[in-house]
Write a new protein. Sequence first.
Lengths: 280, 366
Amino acid sequence: MNETDLAQGMRDERYFADEGLLTAVYLALTLGRPLLLEGEPGVGKTEIASVLASVLGRELVRLQCYEGLDAGQALYEWDYPKQLLHLRAAAERAVGDVYGDDFLLERPLLRSLRCERGAVLLVDEVDRADSEFEAFLLEYLGDFQITIPELGTVRATVTPVVVLTSNRTRELHDALKRRCLYHWIPFPDNERERAIVRAHVPTIEEDAATTLVRAVAGARRLDLLKRPGIAESVEWARGAVALAGTGDPWPVALRRALGLLIKDEEDMALVRRDFEELIG
Amino acid sequence: MTSAVDHVRGFLRDLREQGLPVPVQRQRDFLRALASVPPRDVRHLYWIARTTLTTALRDAEVFDPVFARWFGDGAVAVVPSEVDVPGQERQAPDPSDGDPPDQVVQEGAGREASWSIVDRRASFAATTDDRRVLAELRGLLPGAVPTIRSRRRRPARRGDRLDVRKVHREAWRTGGEVVGLRWRRHPQRQRPMLVLIDVSGSMRQHSADYLRFAHAVVGVCDRAEVFTFGTTLTHVTSALRVREVDAALSGLAEVVRDAGGGTRIGPSLQEFLGNTRRLRMARGALVLVLSDGLERGDCVPLTKAVRRLSLLGHRLVWWSPLACDPAYRPVTRGMARVVGHVDALAGVRDLETARDQLTKGAHAWR
């Protein structure tokens, strides 16, 4: 698959990547390296993994990180109750038997190695896991393998495509970053954002989309606690279209649906104040 | 061909000299990328190089000029405009490689002048009395810091979840027969501590003791972060990790440059809140602000920042030297608005009063 096909495939999945992101994804695929994506919330970091999975026809395996996540939940776990039952049922058997494939519980990382068609692994919000957890990832990210002491090393049948996302709430360890390609996803320009909104809300009219996207861009320039992402502008468009369908004029619909764009009381006051200006 | 290789090598060397050393592994990625994805144009090359060679958004500050020097004819055309860059990077970019530029010595902001207070007080610190109180503080602190249930389970005598792994291990010795059960539970762990210390001129006589207190906090608590603020915000946790309290305080002089100067509490706190990485330190934490709350100028940023801090943290405790006076009422413009968002306002002016607060007032921290 060359870069043009990739871009087309992603567009077909309603994902509009700019040149930088496209290059990063394409390099991750050709070099077989994990891709670390950072950016403000709601710019499509998580989305890209599911888009890639359907473009490449692979299974999406997702690992949501959280504080306290440990190896047993991310890599693999032995099925102890089953092992015990097995031991008791056949006391004369050799002990080594219970450390076989039958007793292994797959967790996301192991699962992504053993997918037959290959997998797209999404390690979401890796900055939420505590920093010790990153160490578990190193062997996997470097060589796409997991060493299970009792069983040996499990290697990938098909090299998985790995996407890590981070919201930058803490600095990731250098060892992790060294193994990954890095890309920062910025907010899209107006042109691209309009394409995104129109692709996700096909019923929206051309000028309405233009107004909406300009308003969102204006809102991002205000001094907000939480700047709205693409996800929010799509939701806003959806809400406004629904309200406009009940007979509201367009600016009124936009104003009434504002709760879908802005999720903080103080931000809301700011945006309300400048609303006329924002929608031009 | 050789010249191209030399050119790339020169580019990588220049990057390193400009303060962006690229590990060999990533350099190899870059070269492999060039071999397998021949760049269409300079812009494409830019993205290939940036994806493989940088690891953080701020790297672009070093990377972009170097790239433009080696590959760009129209230097600006190569660099795409970053529309949005969050938090710290949105402010004026540093020309240097990430280190804050040394501040020009101004009247009242000079290093010597500002830290004479600490140096002078350092002789007092040697008194055995102060050291005794500090030792008492260290003993009191772990019990005073509120706790939270850890997310991880640990083996425990009594617990809520069977430790199947351990039961299984032990059953092996008895031929698969389960003789005793083992349990795991969520242990309690300390909440994070966030200490914000006012080092402005009006707090001159208290800041040294406050910093000593902060030194004890950093030394004893599991997760503690300390910031000082006067006109700017300074992260001082690592400077306070020095074991010896006097050494730590004189080391602080290297870091804190705005002591004894003016007060900008609101803007400093907002600077703290504007950065997601710092924001994380306040989340669920016990936030302790040591300040008299005498804000000059506009009080709106102060009120907003304090309100946000109290929503983010577990408890927001405000220690003010003025509140030591029994007749004190928070009526100054700043404090009057702030006090509604604060969980506890207490009077602390030195180590003894801090100790009294820990023994008597710590219930407000729970």
